[in-house]
Design a protein around this ligand. Structure first.
Ligand SMILES: Cc1ncc(COP(=O)(O)O)c(C=O)c1O
Ligand SMILES: N[C@@H](CCCC[NH3+])C(=O)O
Length: 421
């Protein structure tokens, strides 16, 4: 049975590429994240292929998974980066992504973050408000730099995704209403040390339908024509990220080729450089979270499969009621049972799934939670003083720890006890 690209069963045992997950778990205590290098590189190269008819720069959205090993892998393939903080700029530069391939998004860029980005001559700021524009202009003037900018427009389009990851509706904090943006472009052009070069849009994440993209890109195309008539030299359109992946086995989100076709159809005639900022669709299905059953607990109404991974490791199910497939690492048992799969954290919301049909399990059995490569490890915390799960990368028949588990002493000693206590 094939589960995701590069994750499959061989004689009832789960493999990632040519490595048995059981073998890794004998070496590295659970829970741990495990990523397939080949899956990540193929997803990236699929983007390149899909967009080959357009002048495109793929700026990987670092927030999806910012591990240096992943960033370095993508840097070597030629990727740029979409970043949202100074920390992410530093990560991208350290991984070898050149500053002229870095775009800086986010609604709350601070004084020091803007200065840092200006000092490194990044490709562009995706500006989200007038006060931000003004601050960028002031800092660029003070630093004797020219800040290249696109303005992120909010097209008020329904992305048909989870409300918490919708970004292109007028009630969302992101971008400048497209209806108001023409004036903001005039304002930008009047400011010193600002070079207006593009338009940016990002309407949300985990989109499983191309229609909202089509609608938003159509609006951007019309807007670019208006801006050009107003005398702005628009040479870049940043279309954001957001393409969804399949979490459930039977889901069929749009593929990268169909997505690229929509981009070409809506924006191709404008002869702009296209920046695309995919995160989840590059790393999401490359990763699993491997966990061990601690106890099987029979409640009055339900049976709990208590595993050693918790909501602190993977928050998506508690935060968005997100569905993730859960699979046994060794699938030799044909008999099934229904379990609530829960973690160790003292929160009722620490639940990965309810009433999930799985082969009958017992303590020490291993499970994999699938599609955890994006917004998994990066959103983890040490809640309940649980150490962050390590990360492992597999390539062919080798695997390496790419982030180690911190030790308790390291974490506890971060706290400082005032001498007046
Ligand atoms: C500005 C911006 N670009 C790119 C992304 C990446 O989105 P995704 O991981 O859905 O491709 C996000 C996250 O939604 C974002 O906010
Ligand atoms: N964290 C979200 C995605 C947010 C996208 C960032 N703008 C998720 O896990 O689905």
């Amino acid at each position: 049975m094939k589960t995701q690209a590069h994750i499959f069963y061989k004689e009832n045992a789960m493999y990632m590429e040519n490595v048995s997950i059981t073998a890794i778990a004998q070496d590295i205590p659970t829970p741990f994240y495990c990523y397939s290098y080949s899956s990540i590189s193929e997803s990236y190269l699929d983007y390149e292929q899909a967009f080959s008819q357009l002048d495109t720069l793929i700026c990987y959205a670092v927030k999806a998974n910012s591990n240096q090993a992943i960033l370095t892998s993508l840097a070597k393939l030629g990727a740029g980066a979409d970043v949202v903080s100074e920390g992410e700029i530093r990560r991208a530069l350290k991984a070898g992504i050149p500053a002229n391939k870095i775009v800086f998004s986010g609604v709350a860029k601070t004084h020091s973050e803007i200065s840092y980005a200006l000092n490194h001559d990044i490709l562009q700021f995706n500006v989200e408000s007038e006060p931000e524009l003004q601050l960028i202009s002031e800092l660029a003037t003070a630093q004797d730099k020219i800040a290249c900018i696109s303005i992120r427009v909010n097209p008020n389009v329904n992305a048909n995704t989870h409300a918490k990851i919708t970004t292109g509706k007028s009630e969302n904090k992101f971008g400048i209403p497209i209806t108001k943006a023409r004036d903001v472009y005039q304002y930008a052009a009047s400011l010193p040390s600002i070079k207006v070069q593009g338009v940016d849009v990002h309407i949300g994440s985990q989109l499983t339908d191309l229609a909202p993209f089509k609608q938003a890109f159509g609006m951007v195309a019309e807007f670019v024509s208006v801006l050009r008539k107003d005398g702005h030299d628009i040479s870049i359109i940043d279309i954001g990220g957001g393409l969804g992946i399949n979490y459930a086995e039977d889901e069929t989100p749009p593929n990268k080729n169909d997505y690229a076709q929509i981009v070409k159809q809506q924006l191709g005639h404008l002869q702009c450089k296209i920046i695309v900022e995919p995160g989840r669709s590059i790393v999401g299905n490359s990763g699993i979270l491997v966990s061990k059953v601690v106890y099987v607990k029979k409640g009055e109404e339900r049976q709990f499969l208590i595993i050693d991974a918790g909501m602190n490791d993977l928050i998506r199910p508690s935060m968005y009621d997100a569905y993730h497939q859960i699979k046994p690492i060794n699938s030799h048992n044909d008999k099934n049972a229904y379990y609530d799969v829960v973690g160790p954290v003292c929160e009722t919301g620490d639940t990965f799934s309810k009433n999930r049909q799985l082969p009958i399990m017992q303590a020490t059995d291993l499970v994999a939670i699938l599609s955890c490569g994006a917004y998994g490890s990066v959103m983890s915390s040490t809640y309940n003083t649980r150490m962050a799960a390590p990360e492992v990368m597999v390539k062919d028949d080798q695997y390496t720890i790419i982030r180690s588990r911190p030790c308790y002493e390291e974490v506890i000693k971060q706290d400082i006890i005032p001498d007046w206590v």
